[in-house]
Structure formats: structure tokens, C-alpha cells
Design a protein around this ligand. Sequence first.
Ligand SMILES: O=C(O)c1ccc[n+]([C@@H]2O[C@H](COP(=O)([O-])O)[C@@H](O)[C@H]2O)c1
Ligand SMILES: Cc1cc2nc[nH]c2cc1C
Length: 352
Amino acid sequence: MNEFTIPALRPPDAALAATIQAKIDTKTKPLGALGQLEALARQVALIQQTITPVLHRPHVLVFAADHGIAAAGVSAYPADVTHQMVRNFAAGGAAINVFCRLHGLELRVVDAGVRGSFADLPAARNQKIAEGTRNFLHEPAMTPAEMHRALNLGAALVSEVHGTGCNVVGFGEMGIANTSSAAVLLHRLGGVPLADCVGRGTGLDAAGLARKHAVLAAAVAAHPAVDGTDPLAVLATFGGFEIAQLCGAMLRAAELGMVLLIDGFIASAALLVAWRLAPAVLPSCVFSHESAEGGHPHLLRVLSAQPLLRLGLRLGEGSGCALAYPLVQAAVAFFNDMASFESAGVSQVAAD
Ligand SMILES: O=C(O)c1ccc[n+]([C@@H]2O[C@H](COP(=O)([O-])O)[C@@H](O)[C@H]2O)c1
Ligand SMILES: Cc1cc2nc[nH]c2cc1C
């Protein structure tokens, strides 16, 4: 087994911070008037260690996988939808295809462990670990070997995409029942009460939500030794393959100095695992939005994250990343292109 090596991440060198702030404060605007865009510009400049940042070949990577826990009736949709949606992504018909086309992002679709073959579909990259995870109500979702393979495959894809010149990457997912995995990851690794972690996912009604909570409480009780102390044990026990590939991919992207765009609840749960393994992943992350999924605000609080958008999205697929990308472009554009008080001849101090 090739074990995944957790990168020794360090936060970006802050030596440039004062120069970056000075450049922002000479722009022709009241101090601080571009609000969160100013924080975003500071962040991108620090990640890239430059006062002339550029965004190059933005990508969204969508990792898809099936989940054994779906058999316990925790989703509003049948498990077959995972496979069907991968075909939809490959055909260009899903929301993420539309938003990527609209905003000029390249999209890569990955079979991280979906039931059924995509041999006829070159657009779906084969990184299949197995035909879905096992049902974690009864047994661990994956073996340690499967988990390490998933982490490595996610990381390898990011290395490849980075090799094409990409320096900004969004992380999305697709997998019926994956809000169940994400909820238990948040409970175990974020220390959040289970009831606050469990949400309606694709649209459960009140009875469905109560059932999902009961199933997940039983699943947590079935693995008493898997507390929050060992993030990889929690990941292997509660899955899934797309979450593990996302986690490895995020860690590699941070290691390579890329800007990471984080989507909704499930992508954030993958980041939670990555953060527990290497806390310095966080300064590389832009949180695209706060999802309508019940647990997401709690997860964002655990990560001290300030999301850019609050649109009531609960789709996944990386849709929030593609929608927020123009704001990242706007932050870089004002930072590079706005006139300064001096160059524009605008007064900076009140007349006596
Ligand atoms: O990204 C989110 O915040 C989000 C919130 C709710 C649902 N989803 C998507 O819906 C699917 C999981 O929902 P469920 O109910 O099957 O667990 C999966 O394909 C996710 O991409 C995504
Ligand atoms: C149709 C559908 C599309 C999705 N995209 C991401 N998760 C999804 C779940 C469903 C059910």
C-alpha cells in the first residue's frame, strides 16, 4: 500500500502583508470601502507571494462516488442518480457545466467510486476505488488501503491540472447520501452535536430528517472507538471515496501554492479532514458560499470561515465555486488595475 504523505504545510510568509495593505490603501476609494474584496485581494496576493497576482486557467474538479449508507434510506433521491448525473456532467448539461462555461472555468469530472462503468465516457476520469463505499451503519466505509489510494489519486489529479498552468481550483462533488458522511465527519472532527450536523440534503421532509438522524446516531454508536482524535480513522470509517479524493486534492493544491475555492457542505467536510491533518491548508482557502444545508454554518464556524455568498444553494457539484469565481477575479482586478490617489490626482485628505 502506498501511504498518502501528509504535506508539511506552512502558512504563507507574512513579510509582504504590509506592502500588500499599503497598495490597497493607496487605491482611489475610502479606506476599507471594498470590504471583503480587500480581504480576498490580500489573501490571493499572500498565497502567490506577489503584489501583482494573476489567476490562470481556473478549474473545477468534481469528484463523484456512491455511498453504502444510501441503503439505509437517508436521501430523498435514489442512489442511481449519482451515476446518471456523472453522465449529465459528461454531456455538459448540469448546473456546474453551465456556470463553468459562463465564467470561463475548465471542468474535470472524476469517477472516484460510482457504481457502474463509464468506459464509454472518456470525459469521466476513472479514479474508481470501488463500486461505492460499504454501509458504515454496519462496517467501516472503506479500508485504510482504499482511503490512502483515494487521497493519492485526488492529489495526483491536482498535480496534473497544476502542470497545465492552473493556479486556482474549485472543489465539487456528487454522491447520493454524501451529506450523511459529511454530517458524521463534522460531528466527530468538529465536535458539533450530531443534531446540528444532520440536514435535509437533497430535500428530505421532517419524517425523513428524523429517520436520517436516527440512522446516523446508530452509525456513530456502532463505531465507539472512532472518536475525533484520528482524522484518517474517521475518514475511513464514515467515507466516502469522493470526500477522501477531495481531501488529498485540497492538500496537494495548498502545497502547490494554488488558490482553493471551497464549495458547500460536503466539500467543506473534506476540507475539515484536511485541516485536522494540516491546519495550514486554511489560508489557501476561499469559501465560496454558505450552503442551505443545516450543518454548513456550523462547519464554517469551526473553520472560522467567511463565505463570499449566501444564496440558499444546496446543490454541490462545485456550483458555488463557479458562481463565486468572478468575485475572486474582481478582487485581483481592483488590486492590479485601480488607479492610486497619486496617479489619478484625487485628494486623500480633507481640505482645511
Ligand atoms: O453542497 C452542499 O452544500 C449540498 C447540500 C445538499 C445536497 N448536496 C448534494 O446532494 C447530494 C447529497 O444529498 P443527500 O440528501 O443524498 O445526502 C450530493 O450529490 C451533493 O452534491 C450538496
Ligand atoms: C438531480 C440531482 C443533481 C445533483 N447534483 C448534485 N447533487 C445532486 C443530487 C440530485 C438529486
